[in-house]
Unconditional design. Structure first.
Length: 532
């Protein structure tokens, strides 16, 4: 007769069962090149295709050069004017980037569509201005915007796989794409190109196909390791160049950059060591659509279920709260006409989850702009608000101006006598706010993996992304029993109940996250006999 362990293993094999919920990494705040705030960098050979202002060249001459480039590309299907693009995509620097689905190729039909749309727009807008100086000013602005869209197209050939690979490399199980005030179009004037979310999801489906079959040939793991080694080689090459510059001219910025190189290389070495060990399993990545909305100068993350997703629906929401099409993707000047409370209500009615972004930061943070009083209470007490995103640092909430870090702020929101009144405690999450996802580039934003949230989820092999979204909502409603933000704080009101808090120290919390769940569980029932 088989032993207990054999029976359990057989049961798991037959039912596809795995034991209970486990902590998974989630990042609900990432960006694509749809936003002006994104700093995603193309390989140098592609960046160099765009005109650079030469010494002694006037601004007028420079814009004429850029306009000539747009005109050439508008006829790229019928002539060889875009041959430099073909050469760039066949360059070693681009072809060396590891990929699971094959290297991208330039689509001159789409490139022509983008440039023709902008040329038509330039002609129609400039004719409406009477003065020559007015025409030139608008014309120059539109030329620059056209080049941005051309760059977005090139990025659409590379960014989706770079994004997916980086998420797997950093061990993410759940991510949301939340571009600034943007419905997700790769190029708004050419909607047939699709959206960043759909492009990333398409790439991820290739990876999921391998992972759900246990990656028998190790293709996913090999692609991840090749990408890490490629980035390490590039960084070590650039580090040698920077060290030489430092020897020639001692400059503080160069010294700071050396530390940045060293930190990035150390992180890559750690990831190489981690993924070389085949006992570390690759978990499937679930993607969620979303948008980062600016309302009352506050940034709000709106995350939606994938089945709901349509770029037109997000565009409709943006329109209903007063963000016009010409402001899509604008992180600095776009703003909703609705209040924060109304925006939360509108998004929630559409089935979305709203989380104030980097709420305790100086940049568009809710807790910095709404420091106390009725305005803050109305937002915190909103029944559809489930969580706040934090980035560490301090936030002044009390009348005496005492600084509170995110841990203390959570304790204040849940226990203080003058706190906002809520039927359920509010939980805190962390997201990367990643604006640059290439491993070998030190972007101005944060990296995926630098900040994330441990979410206790029970994800099964046959679960759809929509079912995972519902689990996420439930986890946020459950609060701190299923949500732990990373990096961890020194102390934490883990139970989030009134009265004497139960504080879990940093080392204990790390051990908690690292350990496997050991709770008892019912794995099945058997019935013997007929009963009466």
């Amino acid at each position: 007769m088989p032993g207990y362990d054999e029976i359990i293993q057989e049961f798991k094999t037959i039912s596809g069962y795995h034991e209970g919920a486990v902590y998974r990494r989630a990042d609900l705040h990432t960006h694509s090149p749809a936003s002006e705030c994104s700093c995603y960098t193309l390989p140098g050979v592609l960046e160099n295709l765009f005109p650079r202002r030469k010494e002694g060249q006037t601004a007028k001459e420079f814009h004429y050069e850029k306009y000539d480039m747009i005109c050439i590309l508008s006829e790229s299907e019928s002539n060889d004017g875009a041959a430099s693009f073909t050469e760039a995509f066949s360059d070693t620097e681009v072809q060396s980037l590891p990929t699971l689905g094959g290297h991208p190729k330039i689509d001159y039909g789409l490139l022509s569509d983008i440039t023709m749309a902008w040329l038509d727009h330039i002609a129609s807008i400039t004719d409406a201005h009477e003065t020559e100086s007015g025409k030139r000013k608008v014309r120059d602005k539109l030329i620059d915007m056209a080049l941005i869209d051309i760059g977005r197209y090139l990025k659409s050939c590379l960014f989706p796989e770079e994004y997916v690979l980086r998420c797997y490399i950093e061990g993410m199980s759940l991510t949301a794409l939340t571009d600034h005030n943007h419905p997700g179009y790769i190029v708004p004037r050419v909607p047939e190109m699709g959206t960043w979310y759909s492009a990333i999801r398409s790439v991820n489906s290739l990876y999921l196909g391998e992972i759900y079959h246990d990656d028998p040939k190790g293709r996913v793991r090999q692609t991840m390791l090749k990408r890490l080694l490629y980035a390490k080689n590039v960084l070590e090459r650039d580090l040698r160049v920077e060290k030489h510059r430092l020897e020639v001219k001692n400059h503080k910025q160069s010294a700071k950059k050396l530390n940045s190189f060293a930190e990035r290389i150390a992180h890559i070495n750690e990831r190489i060591s981690f993924w070389t060990d085949e006992d570390n399993h690759i978990l499937p990545l679930i993607l969620l659509p979303g948008v980062e909305i600016t309302a009352s100068n506050v940034h709000l993350l709106a995350v939606f279920p994938p089945k709901w997703y349509s770029s037109l629906r997000i565009a409709s929401i943006l329109g209903s709260i007063g963000i016009r099409e010409e402001h899509w993707g604008r992180g600095f000047i776009a703003a909703a006409s609705s209040s924060v409370q109304d925006t939360i209500s509108i998004v929630s009615e559409e089935g979305g989850i709203v989380i104030p972004a980097h709420s305790n930061s100086d940049h568009k943070g809710l807790l910095r702009l709404f420091k106390k009083g009725v305005a803050l209470n109305k937002v915190i007490e909103h029944p559809s608000l489930l969580a706040l995103e934090t980035v560490g640092g301090t936030v002044k909430l009390r009348d005496k101006g005492k600084g509170l870090n995110s841990c203390e702020t959570l304790h204040w929101l849940n226990t203080a006598s003058n706190r906002p009144r809520r039927s359920k405690p509010i939980c805190f999450v962390k997201g990367s706010d990643a604006h640059e996802i290439r491993l070998e580039v030190d972007g101005t934003g944060e990296d995926i993996g630098a900040r994330f949230t441990w979410v206790k989820l029970d994800i099964r092999r046959n679960d759809t992304a929509d079912e995972v979204f519902r689990s996420l909502r439930l986890a946020l409603l459950s609060g701190q029993s299923r949500i732990i933000e990373f990096p961890v704080e020194d102390g934490y009101d883990y139970t989030a109940v009134r009265g004497e808090p139960y504080v879990v120290k940093k080392n204990d919390r790390k051990a908690l996250l690292a350990s496997h769940l050991s709770r008892s569980a019912i794995i099945g029932l058997t019935v013997q006999g007929r009963g009466t």
